[in-house]
Design a protein around this ligand. Structure first.
Ligand code: FES
Length: 524
């Protein structure tokens, strides 16, 4: 195991999950909100959707305030693959089938416009974002997927995208066929967005970190309540992945999925293009080069936490096995995971958040393609706020009703979440309170009839929390690679002492007293 000191001053070990993007940029230290404030637009969430919205609005003359619960660009945007592309797997054949050709065309146009917008922002604000135009591919390694590739190329071409069916790539292993999109892009998401944050902060606009929003009070004007004061605003944008303010039944229409990434050093050439496989689960790849460092970012293993399955450590192991089976991997420098949300019809929700909250907007459900999706959201919401209209308002309207495209996922997702809600409680009864985990492990036990998450650290000390998620009551599950309690229902995450890592929950897991095996006191 190698150890290096990163630019953030932390120690990076290949065994500890840390995103390459976070490890290669400085930390930020914007002040928290202190008291009250009145601006034109309040933006909740400091990821790419929220920050792009704020910049777009500031450029058009509005005053904005971004409130971020943690540090900006440390959530999903700080843990992405960072592909800036309109190629989203086999998206266009699915959209054509589930909706129609026009819907696929509009979706493609919105995402192509997002690529151009990132390039415009990079140039206008002179951001050293490592932005680079490069092709993107969806590839098939087995002959049985060639028809899917042909169909995707046909649908994408009909949708007006720069698509081509090819059988040659710069991958060092054989592929049967691929759909190639030209003029796509990659960048360093934190370098890009830290430049965006600099452009937002100042001249009557603000970025507040360590300021957790706890509620939105829709009215005229609207109020964003935080742990550190209230932001009053004419318009509010909720860009917190899963919305912290659910005025549209998002809990039943949006579901999380997780994915895993490695940055590996390989012998030989790192491919130039960005790649995504047509297999299930798909693999994803892109190059990273900067200051003499060269990595292949490779991963996948996307899954829905509510469906259970192997532990996190096994997901990482499978990503590494995939990389080693196709490249001569010399070392694993970084590994990290991320989660994003999908909607029941596969189309993001961008626009007015729901009935009775006319000046509150939402951006969520990018299905793992948040770099273009989040940018498109910023452009669309800025248009709605400033002009009252957008070319793409109907396409992404969160209030849309799409029974044909939604039915299957709506019922299956809610059946799964419902099963977790009830089934986990039944299973918990199997674990007696004395059935303590071994050091370094965790499990949910029944303590005085209540589900209790018990983690024993390597020294044997017990850390116990209420295992009921404060968002909507599902039971959390243990993430063994990141030593966190994760909620399978809507994706909230907590550290082993119950501190909140990410929402939609706005408070942590309650601390529980729990005796150690030798009868002593637990660790505080
Ligand atoms: Fe919704 Fe836990 S119940 S995130």
């Amino acid at each position: 195991m190698s150890e290096d000191t990163t630019p953030t001053g932390t120690t990076q070990r290949a065994d500890d999950p840390e995103s390459l993007w976070l490890a290669t940029t400085p930390t930020t230290d914007y002040e928290p909100l202190d008291g009250g404030l009145h601006v034109d637009v309040a933006v909740v969430g400091g990821g790419i959707a929220g920050l792009t919205t704020a910049l777009e609005l500031k450029e058009r003359g509005s005053t904005v305030a971004v409130v971020e619960a943690d540090r900006v660009v440390t959530g999903a945007t700080g843990h992405t693959t960072a592909k800036v592309t309109s190629q989203h797997g086999l998206r266009y054949s699915k959209l054509t089938e589930k909706f129609d050709r026009r819907t696929a065309e509009q979706y493609g146009r919105a995402n192509e416009a997002a690529i151009d917008e990132v390039e415009r922002i990079v140039e206008k604000h002179d951001i050293d974002a490592q932005f680079r135009r490069t092709p993107s591919y969806v590839y098939a390694e087995s002959a049985e997927n060639i028809d899917k590739i042909r169909e995707e190329d046909r649908a994408a071409t009909q949708a007006g995208l720069p698509s081509a069916f090819v059988q040659e790539t710069d991958l060092p292993f054989d592929v049967e066929a691929a759909v190639k999109f030209s003029e796509q892009a990659e960048f360093h998401p934190r370098k890009y967005l830290l430049g965006v944050v600099e452009a937002i902060h100042g001249d009557g606009s603000y970025v507040f970190e360590e300021t957790r929003a706890t509620d939105v009070d829709a009215g005229a004007p609207n109020r964003v309540e935080t742990e550190r004061g209230t932001v009053v605003a004419d318009d509010v944008v909720v860009a917190t992945q899963f919305p912290i303010y659910d005025r549209g039944g998002y809990f039943a229409r949006t579901h999380p999925h997780r994915a895993y990434l490695l940055a590996v050093e390989i012998a030989g050439e790192v491919p130039e293009g960005m790649y995504y496989s047509a297999a299930s689960p798909p693999a994803t790849m892109r190059p990273y080069r900067s200051d003499g460092e060269e990595y292949l970012i490779v991963g996948g293993q996307s899954h829905e936490p509510s469906l259970g399955g192997p532990p996190t450590s096994e997901r990482y192991r499978r990503c590494e096995a995939y990389a080693r089976s196709r490249f001569d991997v010399e070392s694993v420098a970084y590994r990290w995971s991320t989660h994003d949300y999908s909607t029941v019809d596969g189309m993001p929700y961008i626009g007015e958040i729901g009935p009775g909250a006319g000046d509150v907007y939402v951006a969520t459900g990018f299905d793992g393609w948040g770099m273009t999706g989040g940018t498109a959201a910023g452009m669309l919401i800025a248009d709605l706020i400033e002009m009252g209209r957008s070319h793409y308002a109907d396409l992404f309207d969160p209030k849309r009703v799409t029974p044909k495209a939604s039915a299957k996922n709506f019922f299956s997702e809610n059946a799964v979440v419902g099963a977790r809600f009830v089934g986990d409680r039944v299973r918990t009864l199997l674990h007696d309170r004395d059935d303590l985990p071994r050091p370094g492990e965790a499990r949910v036990l029944r303590e005085q009839g209540r589900p209790t998450g018990v983690y024993r650290d390597e020294g044997g000390a017990v850390h116990a929390v209420d295992a009921t998620c404060p968002h909507m009551g599902c039971l959390v599950t243990w993430n063994d690679a990141e030593r966190s309690w994760d909620c399978p229902c809507h994706g909230s995450r907590f550290d082993y002492d119950g501190e909140i890592l990410s929402g939609p929950a706005v408070e942590g897991l309650e601390h529980r007293e729990y005796p150690t095996p030798d009868g002593g006191e637990e660790e505080d």
